[in-house]
Design a protein around this ligand. Structure first.
Ligand SMILES: Cc1cc2nc3c(=O)[nH]c(=O)nc-3n(C[C@H](O)[C@H](O)[C@H](O)COP(=O)(O)OP(=O)(O)OC[C@H]3O[C@@H](n4cnc5c(N)ncnc54)[C@H](O)[C@@H]3O)c2cc1C
Length: 327
């Protein structure tokens, strides 16, 4: 069975990994420069930084076993840090929250590990997935034929999946159409001596910023010792969606100074990155989603909107495919 996968984020890679482990040779297409999607880290002037997913939690036993494998393979470490909360919770003792795991030396190490011996074709944008009489055709830009497969798993965020592979089944189409994504502006600020003012990591429940972490506070980071990564909330990100990176960074710096007035007037250096499809607001909680004519969908939006959900969704899509292949 020839299998194509559109999207080399955690969902697509988990699907490809499961299929490869069962003897198949899936082909993964991703438009990005490397695999990982929202799990990837960016090389910036301020160093290699985790601008997307900050850490993984592992509630599901299957995913937890996989994360423990990453710990054994030196791909991930537990980040034993309890982020503070702002404003502080009323309860006297703050809960520690779930165990948090990070890729080392950056989040993208997890994606690279999964992609290791897979056929991942990066910098390859898929324009359309078209069921035909001889299989499912994957077309690239300028209608280039990228391959013809027995089955294609589309593991891109719902709005992109819908654009390239509109479902044939009315129920599947209705389900995908209802899924909503919120954007997120991420910014990074180099603040020498910032640890005197800022926490190492913090959930912020007031104002435009909702998360902040010192990149170098995570285990085994070579970069970002005095760089704080901040994530704007959905409302602010939506309002500023079409602005440029410099303006977004400036806006978020001002928001940061409103929270911590002791910060200097300007950071030493800054940058910003826009995630247009950052967080799914109403995940389907369904595992994977099968359409007719050899196409199925996977991704965090099909499951629960986190790394864990993306991984599980990719696995479910692969398992479902293997089951139907054996019927
Ligand atoms: C700022 C931010 C912070 C987050 N923090 C956390 C966190 O701390 N913990 C957590 O668990 N989760 C977090 N998340 C969510 C987590 O990153 C996602 O749930 C997970 O990475 C989604 O994986 P995925 O494979 O479903 O999608 P993606 O990672 O989005 O992968 C989809 C892939 O499809 C590719 N693609 C799309 N269209 C095409 C096309 N036409 N052709 C080819 N390729 C295409 C993209 O390039 C991408 O690589 C965060 C997300 C963001 C944005």
């Amino acid at each position: 069975m020839e299998i194509g996968i559109v999207g080399g984020g955690l969902a697509g890679l988990a699907a490809a990994r499961a299929l490869k482990d069962r003897g198949f040779e899936p082909v993964v297409f991703d438009k990005g420069r490397g695999p990982g999607g929202r799990l990837s880290s960016r090389r910036t002037d301020l160093g290699a930084l985790d601008l997307g997913a900050q850490y993984a939690t592992a509630h599901n036993p299957e995913f937890r076993a996989t994360v423990f494998g990453w710990l054994r393979d030196d791909v991930a470490r537990r980040w034993s840090m309890t982020p503070s909360v702002r404003p502080p919770p009323r309860k006297r003792f703050q809960r520690r929250g779930p165990a948090r795991f990070v890729g080392i030396p950056r989040m993208s190490a997890i994606a690279r590990h999964l992609a290791n011996d897979l056929d991942v074709r990066t910098a390859t944008r898929v324009a359309a997935v078209v069921p035909a009489s001889d299989g499912v055709r994957v077309r690239g830009e300028e209608d280039a034929e990228l391959g013809c497969f027995d089955h294609v798993i589309v593991a891109a965020p719902a709005p992109q999946a819908q654009g390239i592979a509109p479902p044939a089944d009315a129920d599947v189409a209705k389900a995908i159409e209802a899924v909503e994504f919120a954007p997120c502006w991420a910014a990074a600020f180099e603040i020498p001596g910032g640890e005197a003012t800022l926490p190492e990591a913090c959930f912020i429940n007031q104002g435009p910023i909702q998360w902040l972490a010192r990149n170098g506070a995570k285990p085994e980071r070579a970069d970002g010792e005095s760089v704080w990564v901040v994530h704007a909330g959905a409302e602010w990100s939506r309002e500023w969606l079409e602005t440029d990176g410099d303006t977004a960074a400036q806006g978020l710096w001002e928001a940061l100074r409103e929270q911590w007035p002791d910060l200097p007037e300007a950071p030493a250096r800054s940058m910003a990155h826009r995630w247009r499809y950052a967080r799914v607001t109403n995940p389907l909680e369904r595992g994977s989603l099968a359409d007719t004519h050899g196409v199925s969908y996977a991704g965090d939006w099909v499951a629960d909107g986190r790394l864990e959900g993306a991984w599980l969704s990719g696995r479910r899509a692969a398992q479902r495919l293997l089951e139907t292949a054996n019927e």
